[in-house]
Design a protein around this ligand. Sequence first.
Ligand SMILES: Cc1ncc(COP(=O)(O)O)c(C=O)c1O
Length: 339
Amino acid sequence: MKQYELRSDTFTKPTEAMRKAISEAEVGDDVYSEDKSINRLQDMSSEITGKEASLFVPSGTMANLITLYILGGRGNEVLMHEQAHTIHHEVGGAAAIAGCMPISVPGEKGIMKRRVMEPRLKKDDYDIAHTSLIEIENTHNFAGGTYWREEDLKEVRSFADDYNLKIHMDGARLFNAVTASKMSALRISSYVDSVTFCLSKGLGSPVGSMLCGTRDFIDRSKVVRKMIGGGMRQAGVLAAGGIYALENNIDRLKIDHDNCLMLAETLNSLSLFKVDLSLVETNIVFAYTEEGKASEINERLKSKGIMAIATAHNEIRFVTNLMISSVDMEVICDILKEI
Ligand SMILES: Cc1ncc(COP(=O)(O)O)c(C=O)c1O
């Protein structure tokens, strides 16, 4: 029986063409900045995001952690959405390693509005913590893959400027935001001080994320990366996958989005599920089941080859990705209708 992998876009495997690019990679010692493939990937990333410099790091979690360490700072508060990946799925590194306090901010579709952030802001005083940073997530994973509109990016930037705060964008799925918003990565990134994006999710590379920002920030990031054990040596073999992904796998994200909408509409047409179609903007869909039934229904899906994740007792998450073609999606929808 064929398995359709919809648990996450992190399950994507490198294609033959990507493996070929990986096997031909020029490498060197990246701790000494001598890996040509990594240097090229970093230059490409700076150009794509319009930032002065970039750093290749092993994961999105590490990119966020480094930023929290540098721009957040020990004892300071960082405003982030209440469903932020950093709060719920990065093992508490913000507190345990970076030493800062995430302050959770509610907001529809993962968007944080000025009027909601303002009361949570702490200014310098002798007995309160100081707000140093705003972290925004684009697209927003647990809000359903929703993306930031330009007017919201403008609002958060002007708020940050009024209070002298920095903004970090967790753009693990930045190119899904690019695809949905039709804004370039450069334009989206122009509203933030630092941005990270993952090569290992929808872009289909096996490992790695990029962290982009000012030259000074990236120089400091390189030191912190080494300190937390992320200094890699001949990792150009990984960077080659990233280069291939940036050159070949961005335009095809539209297929994932179209597949996701088709999946969401099919799920919503079935009595087992309810989907808020207004939240389906990119490659993630959350389907709601009867209370307490998500695991059982998920097992039924699995027995038919559809791999998803029960994210709560009444919620199943599906993430479309490059291992699912449009034809596969038609088959998946047929299987769902039978179930
Ligand atoms: C929004 C978001 N940020 C960060 C990460 C962390 O990425 P990694 O798994 O590479 O550490 C993820 C992973 O799924 C994510 O969805």
